[in-house]
Each structure stands twice: as structure tokens, then as C-alpha cells.
Design a protein around this ligand. Structure first.
Ligand code: ADP
Ligand code: SF4
Ligand code: MG
Length: 333
């Protein structure tokens, strides 16, 4: 197996709940995955399941929960979680992100050329002239023209702004790019163009992608492997073709039954009739399977123990007692 460029091992993140004073919400609950050079891992799940939190953890924009079982983020084999300031700065270059709303992630008072070059300035790389020429090169690479460098973000369409954000993500020559719903807000034809660009850049530079979307249809077109997330847990992880052909987790089955949806932004598994019941709140998801309240296959064990994500077919992992052994201490129960 090639060395992982990005590795998250048992990472959790809790927030103070917005409702319910003194309670915490576990937005990410012990998530683990690896990302190798040149591959695309698609991360899917309904809105609010913790995808963006996981992305922010991978970039160390936020810190994971500390504690006896606190997890670790590694970039190219190096500990990113506990890295010194200098090492953090160096490792930060290697993992970049493109957000859904590129326009709001650009500085409206700076020209697009300056915006694209900004990560170089922040990292103290190159002279102003060098940064400018790097920005022009990148703009061309993403299909924009040199004169675009002089314009301001508000003059750009959604698709163009996304190209600018991609150029900026590339300027430090990263190994990994995280796309957090990066094409979700675009019209179908523009989305296809941006996806083509993203794939083209990957081929060219051997980039590894963590491609996050609530839209399984989009992920299907781009991902080599797929991770399915539900209430902070990764519940299934495997080769994309295999997950689509043989989904193992009842939640994945429900998600797949939902393709195609008329308006993916409004997708809610709850409305599809495949899975009955309300979602368990992450506040109550302490013991038991996080999917149990909606699962048509719920068993007694599902209320007592949380299934771990374990390999069942080669490298196809699932967290469901229909496929993995019950924990030993519960067997007799
Ligand atoms: N800063 C925050 N403070 C409190 N709760 C948050 C914060 N950010 C996200 N959350 C909550 O964490 C959960 C996961 O959110 P998020 O990672 O944005 O999910 P997704 O990207 O899958 O939609 C949601 O319930 C959300 O409301
Ligand atoms: S562990 Fe139980 S409740 Fe959870 S998905 Fe599997 S069968 Fe359903
Ligand atoms: Mg999100």
C-alpha cells in the first residue's frame, strides 16, 4: 500500500451544543481514514453529519478533542496534531481546501491576482513579482485569462470564482486538496466543467483529493473510494464501485436508493420512505448504533453497543452488526 499523504486516526470533535445548555454535540466521533497519492476519497452524508468539521480537522483549522483516546492527524507520515509552529507551517502547505462559496472565501478588496498569490505571501514565499507571475500561471492553468488577475471577486460568476479558489489552493503546490461541497452550488453544466478541471489537474499533478459532497451522484463520478458518514461516524468505507454495487450499511442503501434526486440540495433520506423514524440526535448517540432509530434491521445489540468500522470484504469496511461480529462481552446477552 502506498504511503498515506493524509491520515486521520480516531479523531473526534465536540462542540458546546447550540441548544441545551451544558451539553456537548459530538460532530465527529472517532473517525479514521487514509488518503494516498493520486487518489480521490469521496466523503458523503446528509447535511449536518460532520463532513465540514472533518475537513477542518484535516487542515487543522480546528483542533480535535483532547483526552486519553485523542486521535492523530498525519500529513505524509508526520504528526500534524502535535507539530511545532514551524512544522505546522510547513505541513499546512501540503493540504489545501476549496469551499462551496468561493466568493466569500476570497478577499473582496484584493484583486483576483493578489487573492491567488495570498497563500505565498502568508508563507513568506517569493518576491512580489514572483508571486504575481505564479498567480498568472495558475489562473491560466484553471482556464482564466491574464486580464482576470486585475479584476475583483465580485466581477466573477460562481464558476469563475470556483476556478480562482482552485488556483489559490494550487499555488503552494500541495499534495492534497479538500473540496468541501465545492461544486454543490453550481448549475449542472458549469458543475460538469469544474469537475473536468478538477480531474484534469489531478492527472497533471498527481494530487490526492478528499471530495466532500452530500450528493452521491457527483461523488460517483469522481471518487476512487467512498466514505459514508452518519451523525459523526464513518459507517462505510470502500472502493467506490463496490460501495455502489454492494452497499453494506443500511444507511448507504438508503442513500443510494435516493439517487437521482430532483434537487440534491434538498435531499433528506427521511423523506424517501426507505428509512422510517427520526434521526437520533448526536447528543443522545452515546451508546448503541448511531443509525438505530432509523434502521429497518435494528436488533437488541444495536441499542447496547456502538459498532466499530471493521473490514468485512477485503478492504470494504462497515460499522453494522449485520456484517461485523458482536462485541465479545455482549454475546451472551
Ligand atoms: N462551531 C460550531 N458550534 C456548534 N456546533 C457546530 C459548529 N460547527 C458545526 N456544528 C454542528 O456540528 C454538526 C456537524 O456540522 P458540519 O460539520 O458542518 O456538518 P456537514 O458539513 O456534514 O453539514 C452539526 O450538527 C452542526 O450544527
Ligand atoms: S448496527 Fe443495527 S441499527 Fe445499526 S445499522 Fe446495523 S442493523 Fe441497523
Ligand atoms: Mg458542510
Amino acid at each position: 500500500m502506498p504511503e498515506a499523504l493524509l491520515e486521520l486516526r480516531n479523531i473526534s470533535k465536540s462542540y458546546a451544543a447550540r441548544r441545551g445548555r451544558g451539553r456537548t454535540l459530538r460532530a465527529v466521533a472517532g473517525a479514521s481514514f487514509t488518503l494516498a497519492a493520486g487518489e480521490t476519497l469521496g466523503l458523503v452524508g446528509e447535511s449536518g453529519c460532520g463532513k465540514s468539521t472533518l475537513a477542518r480537522l484535516a487542515l487543522r483549522l480546528i483542533e480535535p478533542d483532547a483526552g486519553p483516546e485523542s486521535g492523530i492527524v498525519r500529513v505524509a507520515g508526520q504528526d500534524f496534531t502535535g507539530a511545532s509552529t514551524a512544522a505546522t507551517r510547513r505541513l499546512r502547505r501540503r493540504v489545501q481546501i476549496v469551499f462551496q462559496d468561493a466568493l466569500s472565501s476570497l478577499n473582496p478588496r484584493m484583486s483576483v491576482g493578489v487573492n491567488v498569490a495570498e497563500p505565498m505571501r502568508l508563507q513568506g514565499i517569493g518576491s512580489e513579482r514572483e508571486r504575481r507571475s505564479a498567480a498568472l500561471e495558475l489562473l491560466e492553468l484553471v482556464g482564466l485569462r491574464p486580464e482576470h488577475a486585475e479584476r475583483y471577486p465580485h466581477e466573477f460568476s460562481g464558476g469563475q470564482a470556483q476556478r480562482v479558489a482552485i488556483a489559490r489552493a494550487l499555488i503552494l503546490r500541495p499534495d492534497v486538496i479538500v473540496f468541501d461541497e465545492a461544486v454543490s452550488a453550481l448549475d449542472v453544466s458549469i458543475r460538469a466543467q469544474i469537475l473536468r478541471l478538477i480531474l484534469d489537474l489531478q492527472q497533471r499533478f498527481g494530487l490526492a483529493y478528499l471530495f466532500i459532497s452530500h450528493d452521491l451522484g457527483v461523488v460517483k463520478r469522481i471518487a476512487d473510494r467512498i466514505a459514508v458518514m452518519y451523525l459523526g461516524h464513518i459507517v462505510e468505507l470502500g472502493a467506490a464501485a463496490e460501495v455502489y454495487r454492494t452497499p453494506l450499511h443500511p444507511y448507504t442503501e438508503a442513500l443510494l436508493a435516493a439517487i437521482p434526486v430532483p434537487d440534491p440540495r434538498r435531499m433528506r433520506v427521511r423523506q424517501l420512505g426507505v428509512v422510517r423514524g427520526e434521526a437520533t440526535s448526536p447528543l443522545e448517540a452515546m451508546a448503541g448504533c448511531p443509525f438505530r432509530s432509523r434502521c429497518p434491521h435494528r436488533m437488541a445489540i444495536c441499542d447496547q453497543a456502538t459498532p466499530d468500522l471493521l473490514p468485512v470484504l477485503g478492504r470494504h469496511d462497515v460499522a453494522c452488526f449485520l456484517h461485523i461480529p458482536f462485541p465479545p462481552e455482549r454475546k451472551a446477552a
